[in-house]
Design a protein around this ligand. Structure first.
Ligand code: GAL
Length: 313
């Protein structure tokens, strides 16, 4: 049993192996948290872990690899999972939602062809299970736009949004998804033109929408910002500072809303010189009225009722 995690250290799964779920995402389904993220080892692209308490993580599967079966969908896509030279492509920042109409788990991810970074596409995969048997459906450019750092957000009524960096990262686009989450349905917002926002993460609190993001400095951390809106379609407010000038040496991965009172900022502490030494930092988002506040805590531990998380400075 693990009841403590140190921010910025290498976290291990229940069999003692480092957890590879970088730039990830999390959903809660049938009593488990499922954590999806980048796993760049060998022929792997995306791995999935699950936990009941956010501290003890069971490795489930490499859900996307170079040998994942690929079938096209109605959207015209490129279904290749290997580069033209036979190497791996890049699949970054995988995000997964459960679609309650189709009962499918739908994954969206940033795709590059493994040779350069100019494809700037998104890619989709689906499964009937949260942690196995994903089928790849290929990559495409939404409405022809570039699409790099990305996230998914599911609203209370099931409406889902894909948010991604466009125009060489200068602008951040919000797309509403079709009902089955397998294509974009409309481009509902072009945010902060020319401000170069990356690593978006969206959550909702008391009827307000919040978007966290970073500036564009590669693996190096920078000042995080947040913005607010009354609807996903906007208008979105101006960007305001979140955390310190390096966001405590992190970049947003996603926000987990555990309850109306508990919002957890999950982030990556990248190691640009040795990617595999990249680690995770989880911090509570505290609120001053409606204003989100991010303070630094060095570790987190499970409370006695194994439900409340305690953060220690
Ligand atoms: C970051 C981005 C990461 C990764 C990295 C590569 O800005 O958020 O997902 O693409 O650049 O340099």
């Amino acid at each position: 049993m693990n009841d403590r995690l140190t921010n910025g250290s290498i976290w291990k799964d229940s069999s003692g192996q480092p957890i590879h779920a970088h730039g990830g995402h999390m959903i809660f389904h049938d009593d488990y948290y499922y954590w999806y993220g980048e796993d760049r080892r060998d022929n792997i692209y995306v791995s999935c872990y699950r936990s009941k308490d956010l501290f003890n993580w069971e490795f489930r599967n490499h859900i996307l690899t170079t040998s994942t079966p690929a079938t096209p969908i109605r959207v015209r896509t490129n279904v290749k999972l290997m580069s033209d030279k036979g190497g791996k492509v890049n699949l970054e920042r995988p995000k997964v939602l459960f679609n309650s109409i189709t009962k499918k788990f739908v994954l969206w991810v940033h795709y590059e062809n493994g040779e350069h970074y100019n494809d700037a596409a998104c890619a989709i995969a689906t499964s009937d299970f949260p942690d196995d048997h994903f089928v790849y459906h290929g990559s495409f450019n939404p409405y022809g736009y570039m699409s790099r750092d990305c996230t998914l957000f599911q609203d209370d009524d099931g409406t889902a949004y894909f948010i991604s960096a466009a125009r060489d990262n200068a602008d951040l686009h919000i797309y509403r998804l079709q009902e089955d989450y397998l294509n974009v349905e409309s481009l509902v917002g072009k945010l902060w033109q020319g401000e170069y926002r990356e690593a978006p993460a969206v959550f909702k609190r008391n009827g307000k929408y919040y978007m966290l993001s970073s500036f564009c400095t590669g693996w190096e951390p920078n000042q995080g910002k947040y913005a607010m809106a009354d609807t996903m379609d906007g208008p979105w407010g101006m960007l305001s500072d979140f955390g310190d000038e390096t966001t405590y040496r992190t970049q947003p991965a996603f926000v987990l809303k555990r309850s109306e009172k508990e919002y957890l900022y999950f982030s990556d502490r990248w190691n640009g010189s040795d990617y595999f030494q990249s680690s995770y930092v989880v911090l509570p988002i505290e609120f001053n009225g409606d204003i989100p506040v991010l303070m630094h805590y060095s570790s987190l531990s499970l409370g006695e009722d194994s439900h409340l998380i305690h953060f220690e400075r």
